[in-house]
Design a protein around this ligand. Sequence first.
Ligand code: IPE
Ligand code: IPE
Ligand code: MG
Ligand code: MG
Ligand code: MG
Length: 256
Amino acid sequence: MRYSVLAPGKRLRPALCVLVGEMLGAERRQVLPSACALEMVHAFSLIHDDLPAMDDDELRRGRPTSHVAFGEAVAILAGDALACLAFETVARETPDKDLVPELVCELGRAVGTRGMIGGQILDLAAEGRPPDLDLVRAIHVRKTAALIRAASLMGAISARADLAVRETCARYGETMGLAFQVADDLLDETSTPEALGKSTRKDLERGKLTWPACAGLEASRKMAGALAEEAAQTIRPLDKNGDLAALARFVVARTF
Ligand code: IPE
Ligand code: IPE
Ligand code: MG
Ligand code: MG
Ligand code: MG
């Protein structure tokens, strides 16, 4: 569990949660349990995503994947245990106990059948299917954008933001999350294992239904940029110092 969750990753989801929470007036200690839980869930999703039964990858965050290092059984169980520890952490460590049910509910929704796991099911089922932009959007919204949406929303909940503000933060997170996965698809085709810390050119090989597979590289770059701008516009009324607009632009300009 430590091997995967403490490995060098971008920490996008916890950073987003903390940025949104602090922007809306929460103290860091009020958001940190949610931020840690988001990274635990994310690490769980990566461990299982890399398993031979799923994407069958051997490199993650610049290191051998969990199942390569420890065997499949331990990798499956480390993922399961990280998922459980995430919910335990929110429930036990969140200082504002009255917010726990809502935080747990939003995290669960983002991970479950209508979120990351549902998206992973669609992703696997779509392997080898002909280009279909509506389907690829449905996959990306669930497998990736749902958790990034939850990161932003959990920051807003931790700050006791009103419903309209929560809705704006959720929409910002979801739009940025979709941009993030389009950028991930592009990097798989255009980057290197040295830069990314994971293998590249795997999506084509496995017949994954990605944005570039459906729309081509150039249109995918445009789409990612347009989504990042849409996210930045969405959050503008709340984004006093421009950090969240900068984060949205980073997710599509990144090279790792
Ligand atoms: C990779 O996520 C998996 C996707 C959802 C595309 P990240 O690109 O955030 O991975 P780390 O956390 O930096 O390793
Ligand atoms: C994975 O998408 C999304 C997850 C829920 C982990 P990918 O399969 O494209 O992620 P990478 O490229 O392996 O990081
Ligand atoms: Mg995958
Ligand atoms: Mg993968
Ligand atoms: Mg990928």
